[in-house]
Design a protein around this ligand. Structure first.
Ligand code: PLP
Length: 427
């Protein structure tokens, strides 16, 4: 029986513990697993049999989280890692080596921007930033060394939903997988249904939902034919010296179309070690259970807040899909379901000084560098999250001096609005 997303969030991947009948997923706080025999150990290392070897690369608690997230996204497998940053890094490193490039939307989280523009550049991997408002920009930036397309579903500060289907289609034609960072829109968007090949998450945000835990996830849609594009993906189609000559597309065959994810787990995660702790996986499982319900309330509250702020004389602009027009709105309606997300930007009259005064006057909202908490949050991006960008880059990204980012929580909407109102009165 195929369950709906709300049911999957509670049930996918686990019924009860085989040994104790415990209903909650146990925290397997162990580093290692006893092999049944030398033959068993050999089989596991040869990948001829799947099983637990060492918690840096797999763990039974993490496994349930991975299964549940894969089910929610309608993917086939997932990999839990230590942070969203590790997830975005691995998503690229898994198919790009020095000399390769990938094309990405220029609307990215500041940390991803730094990772792509500087750290990956130092590793010899080129990120080609393009404007996503014309999907054809992806095609134009593509050459024979292009290994992936990368974008965020609902990027801040623009909050213009990425044209997932259009870019995925170009990618399918040219043999390039689309990787989508769906951090801001879990449940609301299922990128695989629109042709994306891989999703990644900062689980730190909505999935955890309570501001307690850092973590990341990669999900494999199992829908990209790596074998048909063997020249573009030698890492997946040629013997890999990093795992005694395994060809990943071959090795994955008995397990399903999980070549990409299998390689990420047993080479990248094994070698660079950004593993998620089982305790953190447990926290994310708890978060997932109520995620659909929270997203619903987040979206309802954000709509009401956007509506209030749009009419406020001290707010010159509200940036939220619910108030967008034209192509941006069409994409929001096409790719999001049951709401437009809880993140928004507002531009306050009076620039940086007013933006700072507004944030310093908030009482209910927390002033933090996070999004997707059950609590309402606010930050001034130009002087914090985006402060590594120069003036030109800030303007290009849409981060004006008076721009404030809000992450609307699940408190009572009357309290949210009255806090916004009293803080705006002080500007
Ligand atoms: N992707 C997006 C869209 C984010 O907002 C963030 C963090 O803010 C990340 C990735 C990185 O996630 P983490 O902080 O878990 O490393």
């Amino acid at each position: 029986m195929t369950h709906k997303i709300e049911t999957l969030a509670l049930h996918a991947g686990f019924r009860s513990d085989d040994r104790t009948n415990a209903v909650a997923v146990p925290i397997y706080q162990t580093t290692s697993y006893e092999f049944n025999s030398t033959k068993h150990a050999e089989n596991l290392f040869q990948l001829s049999e799947l099983g637990n070897i060492y918690t840096r690369i797999m763990n039974p608690t993490n496994d349930i989280l991975e299964k549940r997230v894969a089910a929610i996204d309608n993917g086939i497998a997932a990999l839990a890692v230590a942070s969203g940053q590790a997830a975005s890094l691995y998503s690229i490193q898994n198919i790009c080596v020095a000399g390769d490039n990938f094309v990405c939307s220029k609307h990215l989280y500041g940390g991803t921007w730094n990772l792509f523009k500087n750290t990956l550049k130092d590793m010899g991997i080129e990120a080609r930033f393009v404007n996503p408002s014309d999907p054809n920009n992806f095609r134009e930036a593509t050459d024979e060394k292009t290994r992936a397309y990368y974008a965020e579903t609902l990027p801040n500060p623009s909050f213009e939903v990425f044209p997932i289907g259009e870019v995925a289609e170009i990618g399918r034609e040219l043999g390039i997988p689309l990787i989508v960072d769906n951090t801001a829109a879990p449940i609301l968007c299922r990128p695989f249904e629109h042709g994306a090949a891989i999703t990644i998450y900062s689980a730190t945000k909505f999935i955890g939902g309570h501001g307690t835990t850092i973590g990341g996830l990669l999900v494999d849609g199992g829908n990209f034919d790596w074998e048909s594009h063997s020249d573009r993906f030698p890492k997946l189609n040629k013997p890999d010296p990093n795992y005694h000559g395994v060809v990943w597309t071959e090795a994955a065959k008995p397990l399903g179309p999980i070549a990409y994810l299998l390689k990420a787990r047993v080479t990248l995660l094994r070698d660079s070690g950004a593993a998620m702790s089982p305790f953190n996986a447990f926290q994310f499982i708890q978060g997932l259970e109520t995620l659909p319900l929270r997203m619903e309330r987040h979206c309802q509250n954000a709509m009401a807040a956007a509506n209030f702020l749009s009419k406020h004389p001290k707010v010159s602009r509200v940036i939220h899909p619910s108030v967008q027009r034209g192509k941006a709105k069409t994409n929001a309606d096409k790719y999001l379901r049951n709401g437009y997300g809880s993140l928004m930007g507002i531009e306050i009259e009076g620039g940086k000084k007013s933006g700072h005064r507004f944030i310093d006057s908030l009482k209910l909202f927390y002033h933090v560098a996070n999004i997707g908490d059950a609590r309402s949050l606010a930050i001034h991006p130009a002087t914090t999250t985006h402060s590594q960008l120069d003036e030109h880059e800030l303007m290009a990204a849409g981060v004006t001096p008076g721009y404030v980012r809000l992450s609307i929580g699940i408190e009572n909407i009357d309290d949210i609005i009255s806090d916004l109102e009293q803080a705006l009165a002080k500007v």
